[in-house]
Design a binder for this molecule. Structure first.
Ligand code: NAG
Length: 342
């Protein structure tokens, strides 16, 4: 049985509640999580309070700040995205203190320098990680064992050095990887054969990667693969095969040495660039059955007749150019200085 509360006490309690509510009002009406706010203000301080972060005012709700997005249901910060502006210096390690982050993006900041902070390894919910066109250098931190939600990594157009961490290959949900235009060295990890996505795409061009194409890569279901402008050697056979789904294959400007004569290219291929390698043999007749928009086998060591029919007909002028080139190859062979330039 409830005890009877005299009316005067009811009024008193109501007033008390009202007073408490009035005092707590600023924080109650704020959606921003207090811990997220602390992390964001730390990031602002680390960047030395740049003008593009003027809206990051501690007295306002961080869910309304620029470059920040909060979840609808729990108001945790899930996206931190910067492109263009005046950010400079290293990426603050405090980006790792936003545990609900799904997207982290820095795009076009030549004055952002230093290396990628290892604290991103704390972002277990991260799905999209994009650091592109910045002055970032140093190695890729090997923190991917804890980043199981990653769907897309883009570190293109930076000055990243060192080798590619094998742990990237074991990301269960990764659908695309861009590490092109950096200073990466060493091999393509064999673990890259583990990517499960149906239309995986991989851009590793414009680095100094060396070694052969790992045999495990034959398991990949690729849509686009660009390995151009590296120092890769051997036979790229793991990337060939009529049943493969690859549409773009760019292996140009490497040191691949193999006989092209009996290669079977993926049947859906629309772009095939093999220029500047050390291929021998002749162009397989089967390429005329592909719906190619780009076909470039120049600067190799090919010989024999060009199968001048099917899709190759549309390359008329260029192919004539290439016939000349192939003849050049025949006559120069070892004396041609261009053989040494790649
Ligand atoms: C083929 O590649 C060579 C070498 O990079 C280039 O000079 C030529 O313009 C390319 N041709 C076509 C048709 O793409």
């Amino acid at each position: 049985m409830a005890t009877k509360v005299p009316p005067i006490s009811k009024v008193f309690f109501l007033s008390l509640l009202l007073i408490i509510f009035t005092f707590l009002q600023p924080s109650l009406s704020e959606f921003c999580n207090a811990l997220d706010k602390i992390a964001l203000l730390d990031i602002k301080t680390q960047f030395k309070n740049p003008s593009i972060l003027a809206s990051w005012d501690p007295t306002t709700d961080c869910c309304y700040w620029t470059n920040v997005l909060c979840e609808q249901k729990d108001y945790r910060v899930y996206s931190l995205s910067f492109s263009y502006g005046d950010l400079a210096g290293p990426i603050p390690p405090q980006v790792g203190d936003l545990p609900f982050l799904q997207l982290l993006n820095f795009h076009k900041y030549p004055k952002i320098t230093g290396s990628i902070p290892a604290t991103i390894g704390k972002l277990g919910r991260l799905r999209f990680l994009e650091i592109t066109w910045t002055g970032i250098s140093g190695p890729i931190p090997d923190v991917f064992a804890t980043l199981k939600s990653l769907e897309f990594i883009d570190f293109s157009y930076n000055s990243i050095s060192g080798t590619i961490p094998a742990s990237i290959g074991y990301l269960p949900s990764l659908g695309g990887l861009r590490l092109d235009r950096n200073n990466l060295v060493g091999p393509i990890p064999a673990s890259f054969g583990e990517f499960k996505a149906a239309d995986f795409y991989m851009y590793l061009s414009h680095n100094q990667l060396s070694g052969t194409i790992p045999a495990s890569l034959s398991k990949l279901r690729l849509s686009y693969i660009d390995l151009s402008r590296n120092k890769l050697v051997g036979d790229p056979a793991p990337l060939f095969g009529w049943e493969k789904t690859t549409q773009l294959l760019d292996l140009s400007r490497n040191k691949f040495a193999f006989d092209l004569t009996n290669v079977r290219f993926p049947k859906r291929l629309v772009s095939l660039d093999l220029n500047h390698n050390k291929m021998t043999g002749s162009i397989p007749a089967e390429v005329t059955q592909l719906r190619l928009n780009l076909f470039n086998v120049s600067y190799n060591r090919l010989c024999g007749k060009i199968p001048y029919s099917g899709s190759l007909l549309k390359f008329g002028f260029y192919l004539v150019g290439r016939i000349e080139e192939i003849k050049d190859r025949e006559s120069y062979r070892d004396g041609d200085p261009r053989n040494r330039e790649d």
